[in-house]
Design a protein around this ligand. Structure first.
Ligand code: GRF
Length: 208
């Protein structure tokens, strides 16, 4: 059964709780994907420990060269691309990956590149999401999984989950509630893509 699973690569920079959710889901026999490779641009990312514990191959590809200078974006992305292809990866999930990918990379993986964002996209793209949601007095927030397109956080949404914003919420308490929803959402979205129940066509998410 597992031989038929679609090989997925996960790109991380940090704690990797969404990676863990994907790993846990992938262990179910009926889940259509297996995590074939985890790449981190940060050597000490805890997500690497999670992957190794699960017996998943890992690569560290720093976005800086030996002198501490940031590599040109295209060069860094070419290293990512080569590692993913070498591992036979067919779908890439960004899971707390803190680098902006080049247009070329996004185009090369178009329709096969997913990201999770802690807001109800298209609202609250970018960073400091929970601070802004609370400051705006929103009553609801949530998380979205979307196809990645060159423009940041602008790709078509595959699926989203809503959580309440409570009067006493701080950015941290809201983030924790959203994160719990993320952990259910990302495996659901990956399953939809793997099973061909959603695809990217002409810049839109199509549910055939
Ligand atoms: C999540 O909130 C995700 O939505 C955002 O970065 C965070 C990553 O958390 N893109 P983790 O590393 O998966 O725990």
């Amino acid at each position: 059964m597992s031989a038929e699973k679609i090989p997925v690569g996960v790109l991380i920079s940090g704690r990797g709780s969404n990676l863990q959710a994907l790993i846990d889901a992938s262990f179910a026999e009926s889940f259509p994907a297996r995590i074939a490779l985890v790449i981190s641009n940060v050597e000490g990312a805890y997500g690497l420990v999670r992957a190794r514990t699960a017996g998943i191959p890992t690569r560290v590809i720093p976005h800086k060269d030996a002198d501490g200078k940031a590599k040109p974006r295209e060069a860094f992305d070419a290293e990512l691309d080569a590692a993913l292809r070498e591992a036979g990866v067919k779908i890439v999930c960004l899971a707390g990956f803190m680098r902006i990918l080049s247009d070329g990379f996004a185009r090369a993986w178009e329709g096969r590149l997913l990201n999770i964002h802690p807001s109800l996209l298209p609202a609250y793209k970018g960073t400091q999401v929970h601070e802004r949601v609370i400051a705006a007095g929103e009553k609801q927030s949530g998380a979205s999984v979307h196809f990645v397109v060159p423009e940041l956080d602008a790709g078509p949404v595959i699926t989203s989950a809503t959580v309440p914003v409570l009067a006493a919420d701080t950015p941290d308490t809201l983030a924790a509630r959203v994160l719990e929803a993320e952990h259910r959402l990302y495996p659901t979205a990956l399953r939809l893509v793997c099973e061909g129940r959603v695809r990217l066509a002409n810049g839109a998410a199509i549910f055939p």
